[in-house]
Design a protein around this ligand. Structure first.
Ligand code: SAH
Length: 505
């Protein structure tokens, strides 16, 4: 087939946000993605679900695919008419053998394209706070490999020129030879005091940066146990880090935080935490499923125009309601005369996306806050439709009924406990690898208890529990655990802000 093609895409250094838009588009159109050890596997999420994903990177203790085999794989898939993305860490043409892969394809007449990427050296510098050139101290920059092919010794580098003829030096793959590199540079005329930075796992939350001088850096690295992958930056520009560092001084930098809410709703939270420098791991302890019986909901949805008010207390409720509205061949016009009541800003946002404006958002984002305001407004004889979760606290319904309102509250969705996640969570917890676990609803915590029962206290380790609000905190405390904090307002923004404050103390 004629249309097959290989696109060599630079994946960037690690932070998934450093993929280019063109790289993302290539991934979105890929039939096959062939990726490396240093390409962040999260980027595979841009590829269609059905796309084939083939790992050709290192595997500890095993042989990975030889370059020749990788080349052949690229050619074979493209020759079969497929859109092949070859996803390579950093930039494909910088120490990544991208040139060899492209030449192999060219020889066989297979079309290819190259999408450049943010190379690790540039990214490491940016995230460590080091401007690679600065007109006050250097005007030139060289990218070098410290780990040449075995048959060509490091000595093939022109040390004299490197030592005296160039400003900033960036070494890739230089960790094994760090001692030789620094000795050679000193021997050929660079000052032993020249500052050196080693940046490991650049742009990722586990980034570590060590600063020393040509004289000390090899010993420093050995003492601190810093291993590849790392970038070595040599030159006076390294001194700027002291004033220009920003990434590893973010308030949540180095904190590893488990997010337990469903993936579909986790994205905004992940963004908020990452913006503060945190590493996030999403393992939902709840999932959302339709009710066992849709009929009561469908019936109520069809009659929605006959109600005075519609109460929506969660984004899930909003999603479920509008899905059934559409399934019943109705649309928002049915809501014309109905008062729209939501419990907080997120639910408000969810209905605004559907072209509707809430009539009431309580000042306190909880059932109690809502009850207060509804009672103040007067509910006697009013009809409320409240599509709800299967398990809810009874406050809202009871209070309205007691005040003389009619409440129809069909189950719109139910929380389910995902299975198969126990091992991952147990591993993270028992290795003491988590700093924090966040709970954005009681059920996210209750399900964790259901998963581990009495084992949970022994698993907690150093992980602290953060709660979205008082109800969730109560569930946590009821089981005998401490709550590190809950924000004053029960929103994710406020939770993240409170966490920032907590860790800065
Ligand atoms: N094509 C890649 C480089 C591949 S060579 C690029 O343009 O970035 C592999 C070397 O890149 C590693 O040994 C290490 O020196 C460097 N490297 C890649 N990703 C890195 C990261 N996130 N942090 C530090 N070094 C990294």
């Amino acid at each position: 087939m004629p249309n097959g093609k290989v696109t060599l895409v630079g994946a960037g250094p690690g932070d998934p946000g450093l993929l280019t838009l063109k790289g993302q588009r290539s991934l979105e159109q890929a039939d096959v993605v062939i990726y490396d050890y240093l390409a962040n596997p999260l980027l595979l999420g841009h590829a269609p679900e059905g796309a084939e994903k083939i790992y050709v990177g290192k595997v500890r203790g095993k042989h990975h695919l030889a370059q020749e085999q990788t080349n052949a794989l690229l050619a074979e898939k493209a020759a079969a008419g497929l859109q092949v993305v070859r996803l390579k860490g950093g930039d494909p043409y910088i120490f990544g053998r991208g040139g060899e892969e492209a030449a192999y394809l060219k020889e066989r007449g297979i079309p290819f394209e190259v999408v450049p990427g943010v190379t690790a050296g540039f990214a490491a510098a940016a995230y460590a706070g080091i401007p690679l050139t600065h007109r006050d101290v250097t005007t030139s920059l060289a990218l070098l490999t410290g780990h040449e092919r075995p048959e060509r010794k490091l000595s093939s580098l022109d040390w004299e020129k490197l030592a005296t003829g160039l400003g900033t030096l960036i070494f890739y793959m230089g960790m094994t030879n760090l001692k030789v590199i620094s000795e050679q540079l000193i021997a050929h005329g660079r000052s032993p005091e020249t500052p050196v930075a080693v940046v490991q796992w650049a742009t990722l939350p586990r980034q570590r940066t060590l600063v020393g001088s040509l004289q000390t850096i090899a010993a420093d690295v050995a003492r601190e146990g810093i291993e590849p992958p790392a970038i070595i930056i040599i030159g006076e520009v390294v001194n700027y880090r002291e004033t220009l560092r920003w990434y590893d001084s973010l308030p949540l930098f180095g904190k590893r935080i488990l997010i337990t809410r469903p993936r579909a709703q986790a994205e905004a939270f992940v963004q908020l935490l990452q913006r503060q420098g945190a590493e996030t791991i999403c393992i939902p302890t709840i999932g959302i499923a339709p009710p066992d019986d849709l009929q009561p909901l469908d019936e109520a949805v069809r009659q929605v125009a006959d109600f005075d008010s519609l109460i929506l207390t969660s984004v899930n409720g909003v999603d479920a309601f509008f899905e059934r509205l559409a399934a019943n061949r109705l649309d928002i016009r049915s809501l014309a005369g109905v008062q729209l009541i939501v419990v907080g800003p997120k639910t408000a946002e969810a209905i605004e996306k559907r072209g509707l404006r809430p009539d009431l958002i309580p000042a306190r984002y909880q059932a109690e806050g809502l009850v207060e305001e509804l009672l103040a407004q007067g509910v006697k004889g009013k009809r409320f439709l409240y599509p709800r979760a299967k398990v809810v606290r009874p406050v809202l319904i009871e209070a309205l009924q007691e005040a003389g309102a009619e409440v129809v509250a069909p189950v719109a969705y139910q929380n389910v406990r995902p299975t198969g996640k126990e091992e991952m969570i147990r591993h993270l917890l028992s290795e003491g690898e988590l700093d924090a676990i966040t709970f954005s609803s009681s059920s996210t915590f209750d399900n964790l208890v259901a998963m581990f029962g009495d084992e949970l206290p022994s698993l907690q380790g150093r992980a602290e529990f953060f709660s979205i609000g008082p109800i969730t905190s109560d569930s946590i405390r009821k089981h005998g655990f401490e709550v590190a904090l809950e924000p004053e307002k029960s929103t994710l923004d406020d939770l993240v802000a409170a966490m920032v404050e907590y860790y800065q103390k």
